[in-house]
Design a binder for this molecule. Sequence first.
Ligand code: GTP
Ligand code: MG
Length: 581
Amino acid sequence: MAARGVGLLTRLPLCVQRSPVQRPVHRLLSYPGTVAADLRREEQPAGSAETGSEDRTPKKRFCEVQNERREQAQRTVLIHCPSKISEKRFLKYLSQHGPINNHFFYESFGLYAVVEFHQKESVASLQSVTRTPSLGAEAAIPFRSRYFSLKLKNPSNQTSGQPSVQCSNQSSPASRKLFDLLCCAENVDDQLNTLTKELQLTEENTRLRHLTCSLIEDVAAAYFPDCAIRPFGSSVNSFGKLGCDLDMFLDLDDIGKFSAHKASGNFLMEFQVKNVPSERIASQKILSVIGECLDHFGPGCVGVQKILNARCPLVRFSHQASGFQCDLTTNNRIALRSSELLYIYGALDSRVRALVFTVRCWARAHSLTSSIPGAWITNFSLTIMVIFFLQRRSPPILPTLDYLKTLADAEDKCIIEGHNCTFVRDLNKIKPSGNTETLELLLKEFFEYFGNFAFNKNSINIRQGKEQNKPESSPLHIQNPFETSLNISKNVSQSQLQKFIDLARESAWILHQEDKGHPSPSGNQPWGLAALLLPSVANGVSLAKKKKPASERIKNLLESIKSGPENSTNTNGKRAASPQS
Ligand code: GTP
Ligand code: MG
């Protein structure tokens, strides 16, 4: 019978749990981060990838991956297509404008095609033969974007007998399928890898995210021609789950750079500009006009909300064609840097992503996370907790941020708003860990570690990789890696923290039970990760005591996995701003 509590957990034979075991060949997971890797991916069996300490191929820097993706997106167009279309004829028609590198179709209230040309000129060529529609009584606002609508001149002729095109899937797998996959896995390690593989962003979804940023950049460029819209957060940090929001950063730093560099002789030329009292006010004004622009002229941008009084002002909107919920910020360079740091941690060892995905999914299944602002723990905080835990292993699986700083060279130096954000950018300079613990052991120990953590006096600090005295009295203190005087989990209440602790303890206990940690002989009992994802303590009743019918348990599991935080809405049916610290 399952029981909860520190007592039980601390009575577990720790020496047995901590003994390193033979490291299995991890099923490496694909990370849709680089173009070259995508090509390799097609040649490899499912589950293989470029990340992980076992992979000896040189790993690309975050900025290299991002620049490749950005350039790729600039050669790409989005086309709303008739529901029945001949793929062959469609490609032949578009090829008149130049060779096509890649394309895929997907459905989102209609059929869409994403087409990547080999050259940027092909996009201009396509635009030159595209007309602005005449809408009868309504008037169109002419805007030459890269988002098109394809019409058939003679629908009956062209669609009869056409097989429908194959569509790539842009959402998480059906929960039932996921549950079955978990129950059929060989062991807990296999379960964690399966979960990650099924939930992670696909190559197509990653392309669509970068394309959406690029389309928004075209709108913003009407005001700021040299601006860049860069994705950050889970879309690029390698921890993104299908359906997660699209965090974007309006980067205006390149504007005026040339004039500064080219200054010569006795003169220095400066642009005449309007001054405002603070950076914050500047951000609010810029986002305000971009928000207006998106609302009035942005093709496919709906539900634009300007949330300018948040700690980090933002514009929130839905991009209808891609289905992404977008958060646009500016002057948020530290968040971009955090994304790069997480990307590095995620790429250092294949176990990192598997654990982060699992812990995030577990937290969501038990309603520990939510998209509604409040006293909940965030995915970002959970990720930092996993990183911290992996820094505490013996030998450590991940290096501390201070160590990554010591590996940095002059090029890596980065000071943002007075904060030292320096760390090594070249992943290949970081030695892989010699730790060989299995995912199963790490997951158990994660729950046990945080089930017993002295939250009342200690702070979590990935910069030093050690527990430190809490500088303030918030129930949960996780030091912001770069703005070190800030606590990224200041919003978390004592009761939410207690819920996290209770669940962590119970989950550790479940994984320690013989019958729950291994595939059930009959094959129909949830075990391992599948058992962990069932709501239990969340309802105030221990899993073992509460004998719900299996179907009900499955239903709850399926519901909670499916409705990730990104799908939640507040009572007005609108997503609300998440507090940033
Ligand atoms: P999802 O829940 O999948 O969207 O994860 P996410 O990592 O994208 O989180 P979110 O969209 O809430 O935030 C985007 C990025 O902003 C994060 O990855 C962090 O880099 C940064 N961020 C989020 N929350 C905080 C916070 O509380 N403090 C600080 N300093 N940065 C934050
Ligand atoms: Mg996000």
